[in-house]
Design a protein around this ligand. Sequence first.
Ligand code: HAM
Length: 376
Amino acid sequence: MEEKDVFCRAIGTETDIVQKEMYEFEDRSGTRVALRPEGTAGVVRAYLENELDKKNGLEKFYYMGPMFRSERPQAGRLRQFHQIGVEELGTNSPYADAEAIHALTTFLDAVGAHGYKVKLNNLGTFDERKIFRGELLEFFKPHAKELCEDCKRRMEKNVFRLLDCKVETCRKIARQSPPLKKFLTAESTAHYEKVCRALDALKISYIQDDFMVRGLDYYTLTVFEVTHPKLGAQDALGAGGRYDNLIESFGGPKLGAVGFAVGVERLQMCLEKQNDAAPVRKNSVFLAALGEKAFQVAFGLLGELRSHKIAAFMDLDGKSLKSQMRSADKSGSRYMIILGDNEIEKGVAVLKDLNDGSQQELKFTEVTEIIRKLNG
Ligand code: HAM
């Protein structure tokens, strides 16, 4: 939670996030506060509050935690979601942009989110964008009637967002608009060129997307987005960019910064879909019992396994074996222990490995020891 103004100042008062998506309210002291819709604004606020800008060097941070946006919920778009974010504050180097993108791709590779794409664009400085804004307005004005309702509003508030509207008629018009590149100075172009060459050196492939703009106003120069084909309409797995005016706009010195954030739930969606083919069973145990006596013995074993820190589950309602098999499957357990009257008489239990279907008989007294050995 931050003072609302922290987000307004950073993200931009005319953005969708500030206009429609923040959970905001007045606290007991009458201060207008908001649940954080993103992490960057708070990091910059804390960086200055703790005078880290005076340390004269690069400061790197990461965060993991919940974010809140009151959007219309759909697959991959939640009102409370989680981000893992990275921020590098106090640098204007284009190599920092490449380093941030490298951190992102290294992370995604490490967790196994294969098949993503990195999209890159240069949004220029605030001054360059001011000129571009005027040109864009001139271009879109004669097309105003053909635009969707959202874009009609965007014409007034945030004309850049017209460039990445998903509505086909708007897209067609936007494709004809003057490119931002035309309004960039040699300095901005050179910065971006260096980022591209640094990414080449890191062997990161990327796609140049001239129409990629972001929903947050603080970005300058490099912006990037990682998309994944398994995500559907909300296909951004992570995104970020450079924000060279933000520290100054919070009353700090003129220092550059760059960062990104990954959406944890979207990452999970990619990984789950990838793992669909071969579900990974956990090394836990499901105990199935038939009959009251067997149930009592099984329940004793459940406690014994748990006290040895082995995750164990049981159906406490004494349902049919078939239903217990279903519960075993749902628990994702690798092992199943089956106990019926026959087994109780013999003092044994049947241990089934659900990975390969193999089974063996064990004495009650051996169960915990054998499972521990199997789990290594
Ligand atoms: P963002 O593009 O707004 O950037 O969000 C980053 C990521 O958070 C998205 O790519 C997506 O994976 C996830 N995300 C956003 N909204 C939702 C939602 N409603 N439900 C589920 N996931 C969502 C930022 O937030 C910037 N602060 C990133 C940044 C850091 N730029 C510089 N430093």
